[in-house]
Design a protein. Structure first.
Length: 340
């Protein structure tokens, strides 16, 4: 496909102005590539745009008419998109049985892209704004009970450097609620043992300070003793990085997942649980213990309070379960007044 100047400019805007991670920018690029393929009726899209837009009696949109002209530049094609083109694209995604969450994400990409074009005066209006995001199925984040967390954390052996590292990783994830990407980005000087806080570089290069428990700090200190000895005998050891692999280089998020899978199996827990589950567990347990929503929002680094509010559903659900266990329905005293 012909080089797309405006998409290239948009991705640079995400990376250098909005400070999105390279991975996130790459995902935006993939979404826009798929949308572009759809508009030109490429083989990857599996269906021509004009076929979608004309289906159901709708008049062919401006973008479809332009798409048939194979010699036109792709950036001009994207600038010609109208609301019918976007709706046709959503119909295409539905036909291909993409999940509602994936469709919502792809629509959010288009909304951000066209917002950027309006901001840069390349368009006068955003054609995606009139398109509603598909209603999402409410899925509550999964979390571990206290005893399950304790069982998991006690699995890694503390008498060798790899076991001590893995225990320190999971203790840090649960004690701070950080994302795995934030954990692997930690450097040695990000941990303040005296102040009992950790310096976190989050999404969009936003920084925050989060408290960390004494137990986690003790485990990190124990791991660092092994780590520092390892550094003396390992060539090209990265001395600034906190969590390193066996070669002394920064550990990857994928490696953290692999390590946790091993310990989940040993602990007899569901191996579909991810490191992110420890973040969910942290938030849920904080709220269960009386923390206010705003504080948890700041600790998690959520930009919007609505993102954090999902954890209140978890705590409410747990409260209902406890109540139902204590007051089973169907008894003589239950006249329907006990429903929560």
């Amino acid at each position: 496909m012909e080089e797309n100047v405006i998409v290239h400019d948009f991705l640079n805007y995400l990376k250098f102005e909005k400070r999105f991670s390279p991975h996130t920018a790459k995902c935006y690029g993939a979404d826009l590539e798929q949308f572009s393929q759809f508009l030109v009726g490429g083989s990857d899209s599996g269906l021509h745009a004009e076929e979608h837009i004309s289906a159901g009696g709708h008049q062919m949109g401006t973008a479809t008419a332009v798409a048939t002209q194979t010699s036109i530049r792709l950036d001009q094609l994207l600038l010609s998109v109208d609301v019918n083109s976007v709706r046709a694209y959503l119909a295409f995604l539905n036909e291909k049985q993409y999940s509602k969450a994936t469709i919502a994400r792809k629509l959010a990409t288009l909304r951000s892209f066209y917002k950027f074009l309006v901001k840069r005066n390349q368009l006068t209006s955003n054609p995606v704004m009139a398109v509603r995001t598909p209603k999402q199925e409410k899925k509550l984040p999964r979390f571990l009970e206290y005893e399950e967390v304790k069982r998991l954390l006690e699995i890694p052996p503390m008498d060798n450097w790899l076991g001590a590292r893995d225990r320190a990783i999971m203790e840090t994830l649960y004690s701070t609620g950080v994302r795995v990407s934030e954990l692997v980005a930690l450097n040695m000087d990000d941990v303040d043992f005296l102040g009992e806080v950790v310096h976190i570089r989050g999404k969009g290069k936003k920084e925050r300070i989060v408290p960390i428990g004494t137990s986690a700090l003790q485990v990190i200190q124990h791991y660092m003793e092994f780590r520092n000895k390892r550094a003396q005998s390992t060539p090209n050891f990265d001395s600034k990085v906190l969590f390193v692999n066996k070669h002394g280089r920064r550990l990857s998020a994928r490696s953290v997942r692999r390590k946790m899978d091993k310990y989940l199996k040993l602990a007899g827990l569901d191996i579909s649980i991810s490191p992110h589950t420890l973040r969910h567990s942290f938030a849920t347990h904080m709220l269960n213990n009386g923390a206010d929503l705003r504080s948890v929002q700041e600790l998690l680094g959520h930009q919007s309070l609505s993102t954090t509010q999902v954890y209140t559903h978890l705590t409410t659900k747990k409260l209902k379960e406890v109540y139902e266990h204590a007051h089973p329905r169907g008894g003589e005293e239950d006249n329907g007044e006990n429903n929560l």
